[in-house]
Design a binder for this molecule. Structure first.
Ligand SMILES: [Zn+2]
Length: 219
């Protein structure tokens, strides 16, 4: 099973996604879930590492980085994994072994119920240490990896859509980051639309509901 997952990752994670036209159930996203959560109260204690975050009250656990290392972030870049399954640990292993990176390239991974919970937000070491990401290749001066928060949703959104739970968690996370760093909606990007992006990609997939996302986040 693990080999199968890794094989899938090896095909899709960095190589972009195969384009297929398949009938797809339309998901209607819940627009009320986070209406009352405009202000997310941060927890100021040092976050616990790893998968400490799930829905409900615990959702913001680990989102506030240690104050001693906290950076000023200026943008947010949304990705899909391009895989059916996955979680932070699987992408971490892949990025170490195949890209020879220090670890998973993203700051946050939002699960789809395959290898982590549906809508579960995993905080990676990049966010905990506030180090430069490895998720958007080729931007001028590497600005996007340095200054933009990288969020990956597990799934291949050329073939499917994010789950409702994933989008609810994503909206909550994006709003939290917007609040904390003063990031306007205009600087919330899909990977492929990141200014100066140097690689050809369809990430976060052509079914990713970016227009809907923009309608739900802060101005
Ligand atoms: Zn991407």
């Amino acid at each position: 099973m693990l080999n199968k997952v890794l094989l899938l990752c090896s095909i899709f994670v960095l190589g972009g996604c195969a384009v297929q036209d398949e009938p797809m159930p339309q998901i209607t996203y819940d627009t009320d879930y986070y209406k009352s959560s405009e202000t997310v109260k941060p927890r100021l204690s040092t976050p616990a590492p790893g998968r400490a975050v799930s829905g409900g009250e615990g959702l913001t656990q680990g989102w506030v980085p240690p104050s001693s290392v906290e950076k000023k972030w200026t943008a947010i870049v949304i990705h899909h994994s391009g895989t059916k399954n996955g979680d932070s640990a699987i992408f971490d292993k892949w990025h170490r072994e195949n890209n020879h990176w220090q670890g998973v390239g993203y700051d946050f991974v939002v699960g789809n119920g395959s290898n982590s919970g549906n809508g579960e937000v995993e905080v990676t070491y990049r966010w905990q240490k506030q180090v430069t990401g490895a998720h958007v290749g080729g931007t001028p001066g590497n600005w996007a990896n340095k200054d933009a928060v990288g969020i990956c949703l597990v799934g291949d959104f050329n073939k499917t859509q994010p789950t409702n739970a994933q989008m609810q968690s994503l909206v909550k996370l994006v709003r939290f980051l917007q609040n904390r760093y003063g990031i306007p909606r205009s600087r919330v990007y899909g990977h492929k639309d990141t200014p100066g992006v140097g690689t050809v990609t369809d990430c976060p997939g052509r079914n990713f509901p970016m227009t809907w996302l923009k309608s739900q986040v802060l101005p």
